[in-house]
Design a protein around this ligand. Structure first.
Ligand SMILES: [Fe+2]
Length: 383
């Protein structure tokens, strides 16, 4: 009998303010000799990054600092990183940063242990050999990639995003220190928080949802509703930062049940229009949720309830509609755009976006089948 549910997570999750001090011990426990640190120049210049280096130096652990990560990581940059990993004789990868750094680290690990180019691993579960041990320290609270089985990489030949994934690319250790998220400005805090919410919402409606992913997803939704506003309003609010770091982590664990149409369509808004991932998710979420409701009415009612909507006394359909309404209100209240017109996107690219959305790895995770015409209609609605 085929297995219906598989719950994926890192071997260890260390969470808490000051957790970064454990880094040296983590590397030593894996018996790593040379750490290949994947990050960007901005993060490498932060005060909190000194804690990363100190923890390694305290244990006499050698490292090579690779800071060439750009936003929306590209195939060529990943392939270059893999070569450098080999040239520096590294045996462990440490990713410090947002989704771009952690995804780059996963992708570099794929090429290092499987050969070729990262473009050879577009199909889900096409990675045969496990990546080298990866420790992930997130500096944003949203992507959940510190615990997820996915990476998002841009194919520069044809300009679309693809998502290599599977059990062999999950970080070995997620080290989550909410202190690292303090440097995020309000707009990035807001956008990455909406990304976390989209992971939880899509996990609940995924055909592969299971009790474990549901538990994390609903907890994450409640944490986002409670903490995202305060974290945007006052970035130094440590309780809110801690709440959002946990929300992102839980939503990331839930996301291992797959994402769906919000991600399949939203990815194209980033590659075609350059709209940041979290903003794209926030724009597409209410629209795709409305489209999906006939497939997962009960889940939408539960999402609405978790978001604090009063659903008692409403009809089933009315209660389900409150979920998308609540998401739209949250996006608006955070000052994020709610339409593609506000992002000055060109509607002429809708057919291209629809073409790539249909082949996106997240499409099978959508609870309702999508045709190309329907996808074009959903993009039009977003204008
Ligand atoms: Fe996402």
């Amino acid at each position: 009998m085929p297995v219906k549910h598989v719950f994926l997570s890192p071997e260890q999750i260390l969470f808490g303010i000051g957790a970064v001090e454990q880094l040296g011990d983590c590397v030593a426990s894996i018996k790593g000799k040379k750490v290949f640190i994947v990050t960007d120049k901005l993060v490498a210049g932060l005060d909190s990054f000194k804690g990363v280096e100190k923890s390694l130096k305290d244990k006499n652990i050698e490292y090579h600092l690779y800071t060439d990560v750009e936003a929306n990581p590209k195939d060529l940059q990943v392939d270059r990183g893999a070569k450098l990993y080999e040239q520096t004789h590294s045996d462990i990868i440490l990713a410090v940063g947002g989704g771009s750094s952690i995804d780059s680290a996963k992708a570099i690990g794929i090429v290092v242990n499987n050969g070729g180019s990262i473009r050879d691993y577009e199909a889900y579960d096409s990675v045969v050999n496990k990546i080298p041990p990866l420790i992930a320290i997130p500096t944003t609270a949203g992507t959940g990639c510190e615990v997820s089985a996915w990476a998002v990489i841009t194919n520069t030949r044809e300009n679309y995003k693809f998502c290599p994934g599977g059990v062999r690319i999950i970080p070995k250790i997620a080290l989550v220190d909410p202190k690292f998220t303090i440097s995020m400005p309000p707009v990035i805090t807001a956008a990455t928080g909406m990304d976390a919410l989209s992971h939880a919402v899509e996990a609940v409606c995924s055909p592969w949802a299971m009790p474990q992913t549901d538990a994390y997803a609903f907890s994450a939704i409640k944490l986002v509703v409670k903490h995202l506003g305060p974290a945007v309003a006052d970035g130094s609010n440590m309780a809110a930062r801690e709440g959002m770091a946990m929300a992102a982590l839980e939503a990331g664990l839930a996301m291992n049940a797959n994402t769906g149409g919000v991600h399949a369509l939203g990815h194209q808004l980033s590659s075609q229009y350059g709209i940041p991932h979290g903003v794209a998710m926030g724009i597409m979420m209410p629209i795709v949720m409305g489209f999906n409701t006939i497939a997962c009415n009960d889940q939408m009612v539960e999402i609405a309830h978790a978001m604090g909507e009063k659903v008692e006394g409403l009809s089933n359909a009315e209660a389900a509609a409150r979920a998308a309404f609540a998401v739209l209100q949250l996006q608006k209240s955070l000052g994020l755009p709610t339409t593609l017109s506000e992002c000055k996107a060109d509607p002429a690219l809708i057919p291209v976006c629809a073409k790539w959305a249909l082949t996106d790895t997240s499409i099978p995770g959508n609870p309702r089948t999508m045709t190309r015409e329907q996808i074009e209609g959903l993009f039009k609605k977003a204008f």
